[in-house]
Design a protein around this ligand. Sequence first.
Ligand SMILES: *Cc1c(COP(=O)(O)O)cnc(C)c1O
Length: 490
Amino acid sequence: MSEPLIYELSVPGRHGTQPPELDVPEYPLPGDRVRQTLPLPEVSEVDVVRHFTRLSQLNYAVDKGIYPLGSCTMKYNPKINEQAARLPGFVGLHPYQPVETVQGALQLMFELQEYLKRIAGFAAVTVQPAAGAQGELTGVLIMRKAQADRGETQRDTILIPDSAHGTNPASTSMSGLRVVELPSDERGNVDLEALRSQATDRVVGLMLTNPNTLGLFEEHIRQVVDIVHGCGGLVYGDGANLNALVGVFKPGDLGIDVMHFNLHKTFSTPHGGGGPGAGPVGVAEHLADYLPAPVVIKVTARQDAAQENAAETRYTFYDPPRTIGRVRSFWGHFGVLIRAYTYIRMLGGPGLRDVAENAVLNANYLRSRIREVYHVPYDRICQHEFVAEGRFADAPDVTALDIAKRLIDYGVHPPTYYFPLIVHEALMIEPTETESLQSLDRYADILLTIAEEARQDPELLHTAPHNAPVRRLDEVQAARHPVLRYKRET
Ligand SMILES: *Cc1c(COP(=O)(O)O)cnc(C)c1O
């Protein structure tokens, strides 16, 4: 089915360029300074174009089909985002330029801060952190410094539910704090008893993902926030799942003290395959002075009292007085900020609300289409994603991994698997709002077909994928001894 991968296209003497006629006297370069042989491929233009086009088609991409990786919000990235990011006035900027010469860029950063404040209900926002995980680290450092300023240096613990994303305990440990894991109750919420028993004066705060990685809205969120505040702790919101809430609900209104946004999830912009992303952090009023420096502010100065309306507006950088310092060189991932800004401006408030409503509708539609065949352990109305089990009582040796690999044979991307850890053989499915009814139906049909195959021909699943450019990979070897570039056999 797939054509063999041919890398050796070089033919001696073939080339793809026509140098102009020599119109200056020929002058030999000193022999010892010039390499006599350079092992470059000798290929024509068409060879090169076909080679790279073929390679690009071996990849799966969100521009090719559904990409329902739970927790990752792999939504379609509108092409206008890319056009905006490539505007010459943005592309040509240098980070060392004086602020007077980059007013447009600062205006964009300022307005993005303002939009994010309004979207999530925070008093202040920094757009500096480079990713969600770095936003978490930033947030934890802010919480710690604010408490240290109150003399509460004995606080050394962050509470994290067992359904949390791996970056939560990782960023907490990096900040030097202790992690205590909280169990989930039978409905997938934070176990309130366990939370109460841990709520002491050693708690810096709770990291709460809402909706959580089961795709479920925390049903006791008000109590959770009150218990944490009751012991003097702060609530960190992991905002990676904002796609379920954007335009509908503001986490800041519920008393969340700090939250990161994943611009590369909720606000489209490309990610996967390693980034780049951006993880702005929003804070409540009482933490605004601790944000990383600098933030962008707008200064309006009256030029002349006689001309009352002649106010001059400019943008500049500002160091908050109790800042934790810098978390990222220069001004963050500016290209991602442009894309998110464009996305927000294109959709507007009502459009963002449509995003959340359709993301939730799509996830619930897919869940209801497969739930009789794939067991859904926390089976209630979900938010933007849900977690099913990839195992069947009457096909006991088929695993979630087998199902994921078999999906590739049907030309679609598998969901996230084996996460969250609290579900056996987890298949975590997040279709996003950008999938049509037809696309959702096709995915559901494929999953149901695979469940049939699991019973009739389990070997077909164990040996999948059959049609992909590469078969099942040895993921341990791939991690330990990665082969990162093609080497010609000699
Ligand atoms: C993606 C994600 C993160 C981490 O974000 P990165 O930008 O990948 O660092 C944290 N928490 C949750 C729930 C996520 O889905």
